[in-house]
Ligand binder design. Sequence first.
Ligand code: ZN
Length: 249
Amino acid sequence: MLKPLHHYVCDTCSDIIQTPEEGWLEWKDGADKNGMRFAHSFRFCHVAGASQRRKVCQTHYRDADVSDSYLSEILPRSPAFIFSFLGVGHLHEPELHRQRVVDMRAFLDVARRLTIPHYEEARQFWADAEHDGMFEGRHEYSTYAPDFLISIIERYGPYGGGPGPKVVPVSGEVLVFAERLISLFANHDSARAAPSHLVKDVKVLGEEIFGKLGDKGMRDVFDAAEASLTESARNLIDRTWSGTGYWIA
Ligand SMILES: [Zn+2]
């Protein structure tokens, strides 16, 4: 599962943006002939060089009316960022009171991505959930409640048999470690508790991964392995990994 309000899915290459420092939010902040500003075309994407697939995921940077910022700059200030588009206040607009966004529905999607835990991952499966009637009978706000969003992710994400968000290993080394981790769990798929010898084996592998790839490598190995495992195996791997002391929250 993606780490909420930390991992994002790139609107250009569809791969995971691994850290807010590798993430970029861009939009267009134009003005009409009367000087009235309006914002639109918001996009979450990788900063240049952070994608495994493309050199550049930003698309607005050549435009004169582009505005943009690192996700790491925006996320700690999300409410202030969002409200500034709904009305900048009398300090900046003494005479006017109006919103700056052109398409409120699209902007609410941006606001939810920035503030609601698990929305970023659940929105990948919105059409499937809608098709299957998961939203029927839900309150207007409970549609976006994190616990309900988790149920969508569990049903349609990598553990529900669906395609899930793409998890991109950082290198071939990560894949090799991930395959070894999967093979360790292959015979323990339905176990209820993590057997001690499994903890020992995982700990040995963990030390090897950590020694070679460090913190980020550990996380990438786990993510890569997780995408191939069933839910019961995922629960087992979670507990076992915790038992080794290597689990990165
Ligand atoms: Zn990208």
